[in-house]
Design a protein around this ligand. Structure first.
Ligand SMILES: Nc1nc2c(c(=O)[nH]1)N[C@H]1C(S)=C(S)[C@@H](COP(=O)(O)OP(=O)(O)OC[C@H]3O[C@@H](n4cnc5c(N)ncnc54)[C@H](O)[C@@H]3O)O[C@H]1N2
Ligand code: MOO
Length: 394
């Protein structure tokens, strides 16, 4: 049995980014860039107007009021008009090219259209209302650096670079393998000796939240040859196989044996934590295997402590983002801790947190109320109301 801290070190070691892949920009939100987004064009490509109005030469507005002949109109998408001639102006619209030779754009609210052209009465303000070629970005500029996740803001910059696809870190493909004779899909656990498989759906949602893709899932009875076949299928399809149940020492606990044909190498097989002591981590070739205890609370707690950082790291995030412990005050006291590092399920209460009454590792109802884990190191002293404890959002 290893300590909690040692188990985290092992997970951090394995939580390294997967190789890159190209994805369409429309599917890239939330993905971590594997290469910087570099501009292959200038923006804008030529000087454009920032306002609807008239492009003029300053020289022609020396004596006011002035009436200038309007020689044409420039619209966005309409190319670059001819150079502006002395004594004339060009009607321009926001985003349209400004004619070469124009010094500024006068907004149309300050101009009177007359039979002869456009009449200017007021001296121009300080703003020229012209965006110079390349003033937003120029060819070769890094618009978004590598190693950061795309978000709507960064997608604007990547799309502005005129990219259809971007290189991102591949998201881990995950296979969820639940085992137990008693398990049935929710909605079909009719007999008294059957129970709903309460973990597969929850873990599917969990995997998605932590940057993984569920490649497949299977609910298997405790039959070793069937489990071995499913294990082979899972290993061939996935970067990470999540096995629930069968982690302990029971006669039909086959979670590890089913991978024997795949040269299973155990990274750890027991951790001094509560709940979740039988949690295990292994590798079969390039596939990582996370064994979660079958008790539903133990499974979700260990998924939060180990699976979340592992998936985050494989998807290109810093695994530490999944271990963002924050101190919060206790809204009710805690008794002296036990020998193992304990993670109490807790809810918010006033300005602080309060441990839930039901701390059974098999609890399912209590999970519905759980918002935080409270970390209690081995043999933690009794903690009074108001004292600060380390908490992690579940
Ligand atoms: N003699 C010992 N017995 C046990 C030990 C031990 O050290 N010595 N450890 C206990 C601890 S701690 C835990 S945690 C459990 C873990 O057991 P397994 O991972 O082998 O899980 P199972 O036996 O398969 O199932 C336990 C429990 O959870 C239910 N279960 C399993 N899968 C699901 C699912 N997908 N959905 C809902 N419920 C599920 C299953 O029916 C059992 O009730 O072992 C202790 N025993
Ligand atoms: O470690 Mo088990 O998760 O207590 O039931």
């Amino acid at each position: 049995m290893i300590s909690f801290d040692e188990s985290l070190r092992q997970v951090a070691e394995l939580a390294k980014p997967l190789p890159a892949e190209m994805v369409p920009l429309a599917e890239a939100d939330g993905r971590v860039l594997a290469a910087p987004v570099v501009a292959g064009r200038n923006a804008p490509a030529f000087a454009v107007s920032a306002m609807d109005g008239y492009a003029v030469r300053d020289e022609d507005l020396r004596n006011l009021p002035a009436t200038l002949r309007v020689t044409g109109k420039s619209f966005a998408g309409g190319g670059v008009p001819d150079a502006i001639l002395p004594g004339t102006c060009v009607r321009v619209f926001t985003g349209a090219a400004v004619p070469p030779g124009a010094d500024r754009v006068i907004i149309q609210e300050d101009v009177t259209a007359t039979n002869d052209g456009a009449q200017f009465d007021h001296p121009p303000g300080s703003s020229r209302h012209i965006r110079a070629a390349g003033s937003d970005f120029a060819i070769g500029d890094v618009l978004v650096p590598a190693d950061v996740p795309l978000n709507p803001q960064r997608l604007v910059a990547a799309a502005a670079a005129d990219l259809a696809d971007v290189a991102v870190i591949r998201q881990p493909r995950v296979f969820i393998l639940a085992n137990g004779d008693e398990l049935r899909a929710p909605g079909s656990a009719g007999a008294a000796d059957q129970i709903p498989d309460s973990l597969t759906t929850a873990l599917t949602a969990f995997v998605r939240r932590w940057h993984g893709n569920v490649a497949g899932h299977s609910v298997c009875p405790d039959d070793l040859s069937r489990l071995q076949r499913t294990a082979s299928e899972a290993v061939s399809q996935a970067d990470v196989v999540v096995v629930t149940g069968g982690a302990s020492v029971g006669e039909r606990d086959f979670a590890k044996t089913m991978f024997a044909d795949h040269d299973l190498h155990l990274v750890f097989a027991k951790v001094a934590i509560r709940p979740g002591k039988p949690v295990w981590l292994g590798r079969a070739g390039s596939t990582l295997i996370v064994g979660l205890p079958g008790n539903p609370t133990s499974a979700l707690v260990t998924a939060r402590l180990y699976l979340a950082p592992l998936l985050a790291g494989l998807a290109g995030f810093d695994p530490a983002t999944a271990w963002a412990w924050q101190t919060r005050p206790l809204a009710a006291p805690l008794e002296t801790g036990g020998e193992r590092h304990t993670f109490l399920r807790a809810k918010s209460s006033g300005d602080g947190v309060e441990a839930l009454r039901d701390q059974d590792s098999g609890a399912q109802k209590a999970l519905a109320a759980a918002e935080y884990l409270i970390s209690r190191p081995p043999s933690a002293a009794r903690a009074e109301t108001g004292s600060l404890v380390d908490t992690l959002l579940i």
